[in-house]
Design a protein around this ligand. Structure first.
Ligand code: FMN
Length: 431
């Protein structure tokens, strides 16, 4: 078959497929350059999963190009390990203590089996989900990952651009390497969200939240599980904490309240500024009642991240929180703790549809997202996988990871016999 026949064939039944005749040259696969389809997601009529596959297979057929990065996230991690500074890789890949919680997170998914249904006309599928009045194209967000300058020089800016090109919101960390004002502005239709680490100084907390609202973020994610930094053996072995080098402190150094506490310009006194951060960056004395301060200081939806116990989910609702994220911080905080997925059904039961329940910790591929949604999550957050994409190929690396993840999820959903991501239920799991 000739090249143009391929293009014709793939266009049949679809809408506006723009695989150019010069596809080989235009494809980023094997070149590290963006492809038109990365950014447009134009349809073959088979959905985002088919589009992505076709793009890759066609580049192989027409130009002998193969993806120049490992498609499997575990292999991508190995590549990232080869490319990153050992201490930076240890910081990203590592977890608390013996890293048992990280294993539990991954193992938890193997306890569930998807049970597909047949003959259900899933030719056109809807992956979108509504959260806090925002329509997300997929039930997927990028989890907050701080201090991305140790992963790639373009850091959160590259991540935000990649996420925006696919319409996926990114949750920007308090400890981002680039100021939140820059990241808030990089979006498509859906705003990014801002993640807050609650500092000791309340005025600083309020200032960060007010800045986030002004910068165009669509929600505040308050991370509850990191009021102390866990015992992380890899980092301790390397005597490495990135913040002590000034990495990941952009939001503090640019904050008027932080600057006034410091009493000088952080650029002129970086060591003093770093020490101030070390002193006030986290706050172990915060309690549920403190959430009232936050509630009063913003009109944005507030989402609590790090909920595992169903009773804490109930308290979140009692304190008028808008949503929760079931998460154990990817096993970075409590070694030997329960897998995040294992608590999801109980939390969902207590919440009973009153507020959105999001999920992270251990999500690696489409089937993981499907299982989490079947257990009642409204959306999932991808963490380490995109960090490895960033490490290996910057913005394009994040885009490839995210695009492949969405494609895999779409195909898994279709092949399970589900038309809409909001219709993924427990019935689609066996037992
Ligand atoms: C290197 C790294 C940095 C992180 N930084 C933050 C952060 O700044 N704020 C936050 O709430 N969570 C942070 N997390 C946790 C993620 O948001 C998410 O909960 C976790 O990565 C999920 O686990 P998984 O990546 O193994 O799926 C970080 C995770 C990693 C790996």
């Amino acid at each position: 078959m000739k090249r143009r026949d391929f293009v014709k064939l793939l266009g049949a039944g679809g809408t506006a497929l723009t695989l150019p005749a010069s596809l080989a040259g235009a494809s980023g696969i094997g070149t590290g350059k963006p492809t038109p389809m990365h950014t447009t997601l134009q349809s073959t009529g088979g959905g985002v999963g088919m589009d992505r596959q076709v793009q890759i297979y066609m580049a192989g057929r027409l130009a002998g190009q193969k993806p120049d990065y490992p498609v499997s996230v575990d292999d991508l991690e190995k590549k990232a390990a080869e490319m990153m500074k050992p201490e930076a890789y240890g910081y990203v890949a590592g977890g608390a203590g013996a890293e048992r919680t990280m294993q539990y997170n991954r193992n938890a998914f193997t306890r569930y089996r998807i049970l597909p249904r047949m003959l259900r006309d899933v030719a056109s599928r809807d992956l979108s989900v509504n959260l806090f009045g925002q329509k997300l194209p997929y039930p997927v967000l990028l989890a907050p990952i701080g201090v991305q300058s140790i992963i790639h020089p373009e850091a959160e800016e590259a991540t935000a651009k990649a996420a925006a090109s696919l319409g996926v919101p990114m949750v920007c960390s308090t400890v981002s390497s680039k100021p939140m004002e820059l990241i808030g502005g990089i979006k498509k239709d859906v705003p990014n969200w801002f993640q807050l680490y609650w500092p000791k100084n309340t005025e600083l907390a309020v200032s960060l939240v007010e800045r986030a609202e002004k910068a165009g973020f669509g929600a505040i994610v308050v991370t509850l599980d990191t009021y102390l930094l866990a015992w992380r053996e890899r980092d301790i072995q390397q005597a490495y904490l990135p913040f002590l080098y000034g990495d990941g402190l952009a939001n503090y150094f640019t904050d008027p309240v932080f600057q006034s506490i410091l009493g000088s310009d952080p650029a002129e006194n970086p060591m003093d500024a770093i020490q101030l951060f070390a002193g006030i960056g986290t706050n172990a004395s915060v309690t549920w009642d403190d959430l009232k301060i936050l509630r009063e200081s913003t009109n944005l939806p507030i989402v609590l991240k790090g909920i595992l116990h169903p009773e804490d989910a109930r308290l979140a609702m009692q304190y008028n929180m808008d949503g929760i994220i079931v998460s154990n911080h990817g096993g970075r905080q409590v070694d030997g703790s329960v897998a995040s997925l294992d608590m999801l059904p109980e939390v969902v039961k207590v919440v009973d549809g009153a507020i959105p329940v999001l999920f992270d910790s251990g999500i690696r591929r489409g089937a993981d997202a499907f299982i989490a949604l079947a257990l009642g999550a409204d959306a999932v957050l991808i963490g380490r996988p995109y960090a490895y994409g960033l490490a290996t190929n910057g913005e394009q690396g994040v885009r490839d990871v995210l695009h492949n993840f969405i494609a895999d999820f779409d195909l898994t959903m279709g092949l399970a016999g589900v038309k809409k991501s909001t219709e993924i239920r427990r019935d689609y799991l066996s037992g």
